[in-house]
Write a protein that binds this ligand. Structure first.
Ligand code: ATP
Length: 269
C-alpha cells in the first residue's frame, strides 16, 4: 500500500462562513486562535504562545473536517490530512515510521496543518488499545508533537467522536492546547446549515416556505445529514425530470434519513 497518509491533500474552497451551527463563543475563540497563528510576532510581544495542537470533538458529521479545512485555508497552510486508522494494523514499525514521515513532509511545506481524523484509533489510552505496536506508534506521535522549534509553522489538528478514549499524555498542553466541542446543531444552527446547502439549488415555492419548519423538525440531525437531505431530494427531482426540488422530494429525503439513522441505531451493538 502506498503511503498516502503523509502527502499534502488539496483543500476545498471552504471558509468558516460555510460552516453552520457553530456556537458564537466557539467562532470567536477560533478567530482569536487563528489571528495568533497568523501573527506570531505580535503574539510573542503580547506574551501569548501560538497553539501547536487543537482537538475537535463531537458527534459524527458535525463539521469537524470542514472546520480543519477552513482553518488551514484561513492561515494559508498546506493541508496534510489522514485518518488515525492509516497508522494502525500495519507491519512492525510502519505506523511509527508513517507518523515520522508525515511530520517530516509537513515541515518541508510550512505553514502546514496536519489533520488526523478519528485520532482515537491512534491515540487511545495506552491500556485500552493494548499491543506493543500501537504503543510505539503513539509514542512516536508524542515525540513528533514535542518537536519544539522544528514544529514552527505547523498546526496539528485532531478530530474524534470519542474524546473519552484519548490518552492523557496526548491531551497534555503543549501537544493539544485547545479542545473545541463541535456539537449537533440546535434549531438556529440547523437553519443556518439548511441555508448553506439549499444555496445553489432550485427550490419550489412550497419548499422555500417550509425551511423554518424543516429546521424545527430535524432535531438530532447532524450537518452531514442535513446536507444529504438536499442531495437526496435533488437526485429524486432529477430522476423524475424536474428542475426544482419540491416538497415531495424533501419529504422522501427526510424519511430516508430517518430510516437510515434508525437502522444504524438498531444495528449498533
Ligand atoms: P466525522 O466525525 O464523521 O469525520 P465530521 O464532523 O468531520 O464527521 P464533516 O466531514 O466535516 O463532519 O461533514 C461532512 C459533510 O457534512 C460536509 O462536507 C458538509 O457537507 C456537511 N456538514 C457537516 N457539518 C456541517 C456544518 N456544520 N455546516 C455545513 N455543512 C456541514
Amino acid at each position: 500500500m502506498k503511503n498516502s497518509a503523509s502527502k499534502a491533500t488539496p483543500l476545498p474552497d471552504i471558509t468558516l462562513r460555510d460552516i453552520g451551527g457553530l456556537p458564537d463563543e466557539m467562532k470567536e475563540e477560533i478567530h482569536q486562535t487563528l489571528s495568533i497563528i497568523k501573527d506570531p510576532k505580535r503574539s510573542t510581544q503580547l506574551g501569548i504562545e501560538a497553539p501547536k495542537g487543537i482537538l475537535l470533538y463531537g458527534p459524527p458529521g458535525t463539521g469537524k473536517t470542514l472546520l480543519a479545512q477552513a482553518m488551514a485555508r484561513e492561515i494559508g497552510a498546506t493541508f496534510f490530512s489522514s485518518s488515525g486508522a492509516a497508522f494502525t494494523e500495519l507491519f512492525v514499525g510502519v505506523g511509527a515510521s508513517r507518523v515520522r514521515t508525515l511530520f517530516q513532509n509537513a515541515r518541508k511545506q510550512t505553514p502546514a496543518v496536519i489533520f488526523i481524523d478519528e485520532v482515537d484509533a491512534l491515540a487511545a489510552k495506552r491500556k485500552a488499545h493494548g499491543g506493543e505496536e500501537a504503543e510505539k506508534t503513539l509514542t512516536e506521535l508524542l515525540v513528533q508533537l514535542d518537536g519544539g522549534s522544528d514544529n514552527d509553522g505547523i498546526l496539528f489538528i485532531a478530530a474524534t467522536n470519542r474524546k473519552d478514549m484519548l490518552d492523557d499524555a496526548f491531551l497534555r498542553p503543549g501537544r493539544i492546547d485547545y479542545s473545541f466541542q463541535v456539537p449537533l446543531p440546535d434549531t438556529t444552527g440547523r437553519r443556518e446549515i439548511i441555508d448553506i446547502h439549499a444555496k445553489g439549488k432550485l427550490l419550489a415555492a412550497d419548499v422555500v416556505a417550509s425551511l423554518d419548519t424543516l429546521a424545527e423538525s430535524t432535531s438530532g440531525f447532524s450537518g452531514a445529514e442535513l446536507s444529504s437531505l438536499f442531495e437526496t431530494a435533488s437526485r429524486r427531482a432529477i430522476r423524475d425530470g424536474r428542475q426544482e426540488i419540491d416538497k415531495s422530494d424533501l419529504d422522501f429525503a427526510i424519511d430516508r434519513t430517518i430510516l437510515g439513522s434508525t437502522s444504524r441505531t438498531m444495528n449498533d451493538p
